[in-house]
Design a protein around this ligand. Sequence first.
Ligand code: 7RM
Length: 635
Amino acid sequence: MSNYHIKHLEEYFQVYRKSVRNPEAFWEEIAEEHFVWRKKWNNVLSWDFTKPEIKWFEGAKLNITENCIDRHLPTRGTKTAIIFEPNNPDEEAEHITYFQLHERVSRMANVLKDHGVNKGDRVCIYLPMIPELAIAVLACARIGAIHSVVFAGFSSNALSTRINDSDCKLVITSDGSYRGNKTIDLKGIVDKALEECPGVKNVLVAKRINTKIDMKAGRDKWLQPLLDEAYADCVAEIMDAEDPLFILYTSGSTGKPKGMVHTTGGYMVYTAYTFKNVFQYREDDVYWCTADIGWITGHSYIVYGPLANGATTLMFEGIPSYPDSGRFWEVIEKHKVNQFYTAPTAIRALAKENLSFVEKHDLSSLKVLGSVGEPINEEAWHWYNNNVGKKQSPIVDTWWQTETGGIMITPIPYVTPTTPTYATLPFIGIQPALMDEEGNEIKGNQVEGRLCIKFPWPAIARTIWGDHHRYRDTYFTAFKNNYFTGDGALRDAVGYYRITGRVDDVIIVSGHNLGTAPIEDAINEHPAVAESAIVGFPHDVKGNALYGYVILKETGETRDRDNLRKEINQQITEHIGPIAKLDKIQFVSGLPKTRSGKIMRRILRKIASNDISNLGDTSTLLNPEVVQEIIDNAL
Ligand code: 7RM
């Protein structure tokens, strides 16, 4: 029997048990029956979480684009693969068939080859949500180049750090991007970044906003003429299952961003299988994930997962509030979207607007609503359920991470009964564990602990680019023989999981992971700043917002505080990007520190959250007197 499409709760439990009892046999069957391989594997799985080393489908050969495109051509050639919905609703949407996608990916792949990109080379993609982005991703995969997509909201500084970390030799970008009624000068950001990136030989530039930009002779080229001249077919490079497919950077609690490395075979199998089940995708459905392809959600559930299933996937260039707050609902009506996948922060923002924005659109095509990126609070869940789903569409609250490659804990719609704020049950093949602080597994139900995964799944990231020790230290040392997620979770009486949030110094703002350390580093570079500490505090739209405590140098003391606040945020925008800007900045004379010199963030978090009734023991601090001063001047 094929277990590819789960339809009933008993079937879920049955398949789940099978996947846990004999993971190798289970994944082998899925891989064998639902994908095309140039050569089958010698071994389904080998793993050792202490090294750590994880290999799925070792010895197998494939190209993921043959699975995402070529194999569909005989049966789905004229089916729409990608619907492109532009920022401006007056501009016409574009429907790209599988035939057309094949041709456009092939042309792009040939252009890359003509520019010296070979198997294993890294290509940085810094593009807005236009078709060229998905096409560039697939073109890299076609020729075995490793793509590193950098979200086009990141600053030049963040971009150059990422380009240099993985030594990209080519950058694909555009003249600029649209964002609501604004434009962003992407090429200018790239030019600035590349002042620091001697390894980049070429920049290929897509035309999107038609602004006059500088083109550096010998380095920069317009993309379209090259595509027009390129041959329209490109033989797929045969890859090993364990060859890297892409690098995607994610912030850590300390230090520079981590280039998570995903490999080819396991990632393909897992993203495709989760996509099929978590969205209950049927042949003629139109699926829309509102994420940007610059995040893992876009990689796995706009590009690879949907296309591997021959689905129609919608790419949206715009933002939820332009031209007005009905934009999402208008797009759902216009393209008769069946599965809609978005983030709690977007739901909360839209829930603040007049209900008529939702009510005036026909949303009856919807069958499944998804949520991802952060915990969805009860209020937002009900608003989504009542007003978007009209209580007819199950909500799948999907918990997962850049590192996990695919969805890990989630309901299966029409299969798993949902409960607001619960991600519910582990997906097939996923073995979660809750741990206490001593590192022991907490068994049984109605317990809370640190969330680990006990056994490998096909899409787990294999390493951090260039830093395998950091990979081991971050994920595999806190709990022996387990992958540690960095999240806390509770398991209720029936075994449902509820994710309670990060237990480290990562703060999730509007669904984006932000490490406190890099933000503090950026602030501390301001000449007037001596030291700083960032914490999160609850925000009704963003989930969390950032609160900064800043100690000024003596030279800064006389400066105008509001100007300083602006400059600090400017500094952050330049170093990281506008998503990391602080909502509140409090100037303080000191920060509460332990005797070993660690900032007591727990106290700062409480003050920022206006929850000072129980600050706990502050007597062990080096400088307990500073706490009252901070409370008195809190914003
Ligand atoms: C897919 C993605 C990962 C972190 C993760 C969690 C948080 C994500 C949920 C969630 C509660 C959810 N990748 N998170 N989904 N928390 N419920 N459904 O977001 O690498 O960018 O972030 O996001 O803390 O560790 S990510």
